[in-house]
Design a protein around this ligand. Sequence first.
Ligand code: PEP
Ligand code: MN
Length: 337
Amino acid sequence: MLVVMKPHATPEQVEAVVERIRTLGLTPHPIPGTQRIAIGITGNQGGLEPDLFTTLPGVADALRVSQPFKLVSREVKEEDTIIDVGGTSLGGRELAIMAGPCSVESREQVLETAHAVKRAGARFLRGGAYKPRTSPYDFQGLAEEGLKLLALAREQTGLKIVTEVMDVETLPMVADYADVLQLGARNMQNFSLLKQLGLARRPVIVKRGPSATIKEWLMAAEYVVSRGNYRVALCERGIRTFENMTRNTLDLNAVPVLKALTHLPVLVDPSHGIGLRAHVAAMARAGVAAGADGILVEVHPHPEGALSDGAQSLTPPEFEALMREVRGIAQAVGRSI
Ligand code: PEP
Ligand code: MN
C-alpha cells in the first residue's frame, strides 16, 4: 500500500503515519517527491484497509499497489530516481557512461584504460576483480589486489568505480573499495546476496539474469530496495535465446518497458549483449536511442590479449569514436553526456 500525504503535510503528520505503520508490525518507506511525500508499506501478507491511514491528519489518500514489485514501481514513485554517487549522478538527464575492462588484469592495463575512457568522456570506470567464469580453469580475477588497482585508478582520474560483488563473504571488502556495486547476471536471483545488498551503503546495479523475465528482474531489485537500499539501477545485458550467431540477444524491448514500469535508472551493456566487438557500438547507440540512462561498455587497450571477454572489448580509439556518436544520439533524445 502507498500512503500519499497532502502537499503541505507537516513532518509530524508524516511521522504519525510512519508510527502507525510500525505499530502494525509493517515497514514504512518514505518516498520524497517534488510535490508531496508518499510512504510505501511493505511486510503485509494480505491487503490493508485504506481507513487505517486515511483517517490520520495530513493524509491525502491510501492506494493499493497493483504490481507485485512495489517500491520500484512507477505507481509508488512517479519521478525518475537519480542516484548520487559521490557527486556524480546515475539516472537523470545526463547519461551515465561506464567503461573499462571486463577484468582488472594489471596496474598498467587498468590505468591506461582508465585515463583513456576518462578522456573520451566516461564518468565511471568498470572492471571486475572477482570474476564469475563459466570454467573453473579460467582467470578468476585479482581479488583484493584488483580492487586496490581500481582505487588507484580512481585516485588518478576521479572516475567512480563500478565492480562486481560475487558473494556475501566478500561484500564488505568490495563495498570498501567500490563506488557502485555490480550484481552479476548469474547472481540476479541469489537471494541471500540481494538481501545483504539491501543493507549495503553503496548503490547497486542489478544486471539482468540471462533467462530472467522483466518481472523477475524487478523483483530482484525489489529485494534490495525493500531492505532499505534505494540506490538501485538495472542493467540489460542480453538474454539467452535460440540465436547463437551472437553471444546473447540484447533485449532492447526491456528499456522502454522498464522505463514505464519503474522509476529506477536503466542501463544497457552492449558488450555482453552482443558479444562481438564489431557490433558493440551499434548496440550501444541503439541502447541510448531506446532511452537508456547510460551504458556499460568493455574497453581494453589490447583486447587480443585480454584475460576475459577480449572478443567483445573495444579498443580505446573505438570507444572514443563511439562516444562521439553517442553524443549526437543523446542530444537527439534530449539527453547529454
Ligand atoms: C561483466 O560485466 O563483466 C559480467 C560478468 O557481466 P554479466 O554478469 O552481465 O555476465
Ligand atoms: Mn565481461
